[in-house]
Ligand binder design. Structure first.
Ligand SMILES: NC(=O)C1=CN([C@@H]2O[C@H](COP(=O)(O)OP(=O)(O)OC[C@H]3O[C@@H](n4cnc5c(N)ncnc54)[C@H](OP(=O)(O)O)[C@@H]3O)[C@@H](O)[C@H]2O)C=CC1
Ligand SMILES: CC(C)(CO)C(=O)C(=O)O
Length: 316
């Protein structure tokens, strides 16, 4: 299976790197700066599950992709705000039998991918990991979770899902084909939105929020997100919710959403994709819960973005 991994950042670099480590036919679609860095240093992963140093990982720039023919699978790992440009960049790799497996958080990217390639080309997917790049461009795996779930969204995708499962056999992460991948995505989205909303609003970890006596905040956010998921016909399973509530209120937990890392670095965020899109889908419309915690968290992030753009005009 020829796999094109779009982006070699935290998630693309980790899961693509693990596939490459296992000897799979992987090429990374990257932009020039990342291509230069990977050529100089290789792809380096630091993880509790074992480090990897992959010299000269195969890379391709968008302008050279046209001559490479269609790939069998595209693993999409850009941030949501780069989605439109990324779609145009990898489109030449998508042929009549290619499937796209997106790893982004949230859901709205599915609409953009379906519109460009057709739903029959687009699987559902989500990844479970906490990872980031360090100053040297190495991938730091920051917890002990490394899962990738994927599954069919349309008739006729069963064979592609089977082929992906075969390609993932023996790799150093947990791969799982799901019979209800949209539910998996909604569950992760509801949890992440609560985590991102609470940790970005408080600029603190889950443990710090609990120590301040505020674990009701992530729980209220979760309840709101769960109600939106339910109104979309995808109520999270009780077992998942029990897990999520435990994580969101754990004493001493250093957990934050990767979005807080983006804020602390002064980087753009996926606030619209993760929080704004949930609000847009809220029963009664985005304005219905004017004083809702989700709306407050979203506004805090939009205010951060407004300030960022004011202070750094011309940035993303
Ligand atoms: N980090 C985490 O722990 C987790 C993240 N996620 C989700 O995964 C998604 C990706 O996040 P993450 O991996 O952290 O993000 P990163 O910013 O670390 O990586 C994204 C990569 O995509 C690349 N990219 C963007 N546009 C293009 C393009 N047109 N062509 C080629 N490469 C491109 C960027 O390249 P460049 O280097 O040139 O900027 C960057 O390296 C997000 O939706 C996030 O919410 C999900 C679970 C955990
Ligand atoms: C919650 C987490 C770490 C889980 O994968 C995540 O997706 C993120 O912070 O972006």
């Amino acid at each position: 299976m020829r796999i094109l991994v779009v982006g070699a950042g935290a998630t693309g670099g980790y899961f693509g790197g693990r596939l490459l480590e296992a000897g799979r036919d992987v090429t990374f679609l990257v932009r020039p700066a990342r291509a230069e860095r990977l050529a100089a240093t290789g792809l380096v992963i630091r993880s509790v599950h074992g480090d990897a140093a992959l010299p000269s990982p195969p890379t391709v720039l968008a302008e050279d992709l046209g001559g490479r023919g269609p790939f069998d699978a595209v693993l999409l790992s850009c941030k949501a705000y780069d989605l439109d440009a990324a779609i145009e960049a990898f489109a030449p790799a998508v042929g009549a039998r290619t499937v796209v497996l997106p790893m982004l958080n949230g859901m709205r990217h599915l609409d953009a991918l379906d519109a460009r390639f057709g739903v029959e080309r687009v699987l559902g997917g989500a990844c479970f990991i906490s990872a980031a790049l360090d100053d040297e461009g190495r991938i730091l795996h920051r917890n002990d979770v490394h899962g990738l779930v994927y599954g069919a969204r349309a008739d006729g995708q069963r064979a592609s899902v089977g082929a992906i499962s075969a390609a993932m056999e023996g790799v150093r992460f947990n791969a799982r084909a799901s019979d209800d991948v949209l539910l998996d995505m909604w569950e992760k989205w509801a949890f992440l939105a609560a985590l991102a909303g609470a940790t970005c609003l408080m600029r603190a970890s889950i443990g710090d929020i609990a120590a301040a006596g505020g674990p009701d905040l992530p729980l209220a956010l979760l309840d709101e997100c769960v109600a939106i998921a339910a109104s979309a016909g995808r109520p999270p399973r009780e077992k998942y919710l029990a897990w999520a509530r435990g994580i969101l209120t754990a004493q001493g937990s250093p957990m934050t959403a990767s979005m807080l890392g983006d804020v602390e670095r002064g980087a753009p965020t996926e606030a619209d994709h993760i929080l704004g899109d949930l609000l847009r889908r809220a029963p009664g419309g985005p304005g219905a819960g004017a004083s809702s915690p989700l709306r407050t968290a979203y506004l805090a992030l939009k205010a951060y973005e407004a300030r960022r753009l004011r202070e750094r005009p011309g940035s993303h």
